[in-house]
Design a protein around this ligand. Structure first.
Ligand SMILES: NC(=O)c1ccc[n+]([C@@H]2O[C@H](COP(=O)([O-])OP(=O)(O)OC[C@H]3O[C@@H](n4cnc5c(N)ncnc54)[C@H](OP(=O)(O)O)[C@@H]3O)[C@@H](O)[C@H]2O)c1
Length: 252
């Protein structure tokens, strides 16, 4: 799709990848609207953008709030050409202190947050028979990783949802793109106490996402070692996968 002149809406725009992408899309000539809960941070990101950016606070767990945000974007900025559903959280799970609340929180924010974004934009895109939906999931959705019992399933669900949508929405004029980053330095990864190989910076991730959008890539996995490595990880036999993964489990 052509970013220049488009109207883009990004969820999770107050920090990390979403904030960097808002600036990158502005730089490439899009008019951008960003949504997240922290209104002040959101306003700072919009104010420092190198182009037209609008801050519209909202919580992705609340469908009515997103409907209002999208209605306001379309009324004040223009019909949304590009929706980047990126808002997300990550907490490590300690299985010895099993707590379904952590799982629920991840499903409600990551997966249902994406679904609520779709609630708000999809009917409008379908009515226009045009638009691009970009979902930011994660390579963590490909297999079950250690301490990712809450985050991983929410990302696996996102990947699966976006693949189905790509099949069904294409003939109706709406494109679906999936972005699965490896490690990116953001507040989300700040507290991680394990090695994060091939980590990249948020502006770098944003450039790669913007390039993928412009090229119409169905699935963008980056950086390169993850693109290659994940192909192997995905086809690794279960026994081998489990044995190798256990080597990374921290002794408690
Ligand atoms: N960093 C990585 O290594 C990495 C790797 C793969 C995938 N990802 C994915 O990339 C996306 C962005 O992550 P990030 O690394 O940029 O993390 P981040 O810096 O923590 O940003 C997360 C964004 O999501 C927003 N958010 C969280 N809960 C929300 C809610 N209930 N309603 C609205 N917005 C909410 C946050 O804003 P507020 O707190 O202001 O609401 C923030 O803007 C996530 O989906 C994450 O899973 C990240």
């Amino acid at each position: 799709m052509r970013i220049r002149g488009s109207v883009a809406w990004i969820t999770g725009g107050s920090s990390g990848i979403g904030a960097a992408l808002a600036h990158e899309l502005c730089r490439r000539g899009a008019r951008v609207a960003i949504t997240a809960r922290r209104a002040e941070r959101l306003a700072d990101v919009a104010a420092s953008a190198p182009g037209e950016a609008h801050a519209l606070p909202g919580d992705v767990r609340e469908p009515a709030a997103l409907e209002e945000v999208v209605a306001a974007v379309e009324a004040n900025v223009g019909p949304i050409d590009l929706a980047v559903l990126n808002a997300g959280i990550w907490t490590q799970v300690d299985v010895r202190k099993w707590d379904s609340a952590i799982i629920r929180e991840h499903i409600e924010t990551n997966f249902m947050g994406m679904v609520h974004g779709l609630d708000a934009v999809l009917p409008r895109m379908l009515a226009r028979r045009s638009g691009t939906i970009v979902g930011v999931a994660s390579v963590a959705g490909y297999r079950g990783y250690t301490r990712a019992e809450a985050y991983g399933p929410s990302k696996a669900a996102e990947i699966n949802l976006l693949e189905s949508l790509r099949v069904d929405l294409g003939p109706l004029g709406v494109d679906v793109q999936l972005v699965n980053p490896g490690f990116v330095r953001t507040p989300l990864t700040e507290a991680n106490d394990f090695p994060m190989p091939f980590m990249i910076e948020a502006p770098d991730a944003a450039r790669r996402i913007a390039d993928a959008i412009e090229k119409g890539k169905a699935e963008a996995v980056f950086p390169l070692p993850y693109r290659v490595g994940m192909k192997l990880v995905r086809v690794a036999p279960v026994r081998l996968y489990t044995a190798v993964s256990r080597r990374f489990v921290k002794a408690g």
